[in-house]
Design a protein around this ligand. Sequence first.
Ligand SMILES: C[S@@+](CC[C@H](N)C(=O)[O-])C[C@H]1O[C@@H](n2cnc3c(N)ncnc32)[C@H](O)[C@@H]1O
Length: 230
Amino acid sequence: MLTREIKELFEKQASLYDFTNTFLSVGIDDLWRKRVAQSLCLPNNARVADIATGTAEVAIHIAKQNPTVKIVGLDFSPNMLKFGNKKITKFHYNNILLLSGDATALPFQKNSFDALTIVFGIRNIINREQALEEFYSVLTPQGQLVIMEFGFPEAPLFRSLYLFYFNHLLPWIGNLLVSSDHAYSYLRDSVHKFPSPEKFMEILRSVGFKKIQRVSFTGGIVDLFKAFKE
Ligand SMILES: C[S@@+](CC[C@H](N)C(=O)[O-])C[C@H]1O[C@@H](n2cnc3c(N)ncnc32)[C@H](O)[C@@H]1O
């Protein structure tokens, strides 16, 4: 898919995005995002960028856990941001600012964030290495990067059951829920095309990131990658 088509896909499904995620993951997605916020070690008054923030779910988890933090959420889909802004206004998260922008050309100065998160976003970015270089550049020297992405379970029985759900049921139910013939087939295909965890850690290393760690959740359904600039 082209970048323009990916943007259009999120623009169209924005109103149902939170609901379908919760439905298809039976609510575990919220726990995964919470783990991202918990994995950050932040100083007081830290500055955090949540890239591909979508409807700001991760930004909100970070704000809940770190009252003094200032968060900028960035996404190229104005519609996803619109739904994020509704939640931010309703629950008075005055320390979150949502901006429209592209992950491959960040509108931020070098060395300006203590942490950068991207959750279920990096897989959707065609020019992935350019985005990672941007992330590296805007982090402070002590800055940390946290990426969460879908993976596949390793335990054979769980893997077979999950693959049946993920390859067949999820695209079918997901497409039905959002009245699309491709939104959730794209999710399936993009997860299969994403590099293996080992390869992805190699890519992070090649961009310059150090102390790269990986933690898997829910038997390997998602991976959390943590890396540092120095
Ligand atoms: C699967 S959603 C994840 C949203 C959110 N992080 C979450 O946890 O629910 C992927 C998001 O990435 C955004 N996105 C994809 N490519 C992007 C790019 N190049 N620049 C900015 N946002 C992008 C999409 O608009 C979409 O909101």
